[in-house]
Design a protein around this ligand. Structure first.
Ligand code: NAP
Length: 238
């Protein structure tokens, strides 16, 4: 029987690349998403065609416990969960509303908690990967203060989940640096230049470069990696 993985926010960006990577490793997939129906359908078709694994699309909002609970009725067992769904709403301090702040915290922190809570019930043994961000360590972008707070909270959640689920489930956080996805599509040219000046590799990551690390962490090669944070930022300083 093939191993099974659930990836949240898998319709686009990093999540879609993680889906392709895990399919290439022989995982049957549950692909969660929220709005991007067409992207999710195309990804499913591509994966089934290329890798001949089973793929089930699960459209639900990670911030809503009832929806998460309902989705888990369709999942019988799980070897891997990747908490990847995330959002950023950039705004200067005085323009940030409490609703926006809550939406970011709910998506990036409450969501991973809820999905891990239900995953833990059906995971006898396996790996949970939380996609956080290296912005936690740099804090150079106050327009994303809610985003940074959510990801800092996610690192704490990562540690607590590792304690709660030991010894059968390894729990690891990945902190990507800047990655070429829709999340960054509206950055100004000037800001991108500032970022590149602080990047030792002088470029954004391809989403595949994050997915490759997930591929390694779920493998037996990483069997002693647990309760830790892996930076995948190409070397970044400020
Ligand atoms: P992206 O391209 O904007 O994709 C975000 C994904 O999350 C989409 O599939 C979206 O689904 C899903 N999503 C958003 N809200 C959701 C919700 N409430 N319920 C379910 N799914 C939801 O983002 P990305 O750049 O790939 O980012 C993926 C993860 O990496 C995020 O956690 C992000 O914080 C983290 N990260 C990104 C970067 C970067 O530079 N891009 C750097 C560090 C960390 P729909 O489109 O279907 O709504």
């Amino acid at each position: 029987m093939r191993p099974k993985a659930l990836i949240t926010g898998a319709s686009r960006g990093i999540g879609s690349r993680i889906a392709l990577k895990l399919a290439s490793l022989g995982y049957d997939l549950y692909l969660n998403y929220l709005n991007s129906d067409q992207d999710a359908i195309c990804l499913k078709e591509r994966i089934v065609e290329e890798y001949k694994v089973d793929v089930q699309l699960l459209k639900f909002d990670v911030t809503k416990e009832e929806e998460v609970k309902e989705a888990f009725k369709k999942i019988k067992s799980l070897n891997c969960l990747v908490n990847n769904a995330g959002i950023a709403i950039d705004n200067d301090l005085q323009s940030k509303s409490s609703l926006e702040f809550q939406k970011v915290i709910n998506t990036n922190l409450l969501g991973p908690f809820l999905v891990a809570k239900y995953a833990a019930i059906i995971m006898d043994k396996g790996v949970i990967i939380n996609i956080a961000s290296n912005s936690v360590f740099h804090h150079s972008y106050p327009e994303g203060l809610d985003y940074d707070a959510s990801k800092a909270g996610l690192l704490s959640l990562n540690h607590s989940l590792a304690l709660a689920l030991a010894p059968n489930i390894r729990v690891i956080a990945i902190c990507p640096g800047w990655v070429k996805t829709d999340m960054n599509k509206d950055l100004s040219k000037e800001y991108k230049e500032q970022i590149l000046a602080k990047s030792l590799l002088k470029r954004f990551a391809e989403p595949e470069e994050i997915a490759n690390v997930v591929g390694f962490l779920v493998s037996n090669e990483a069997s002693y990696i647990n309760d830790t944070i892996i930076n995948v930022d190409g070397g970044y300083y400020d």
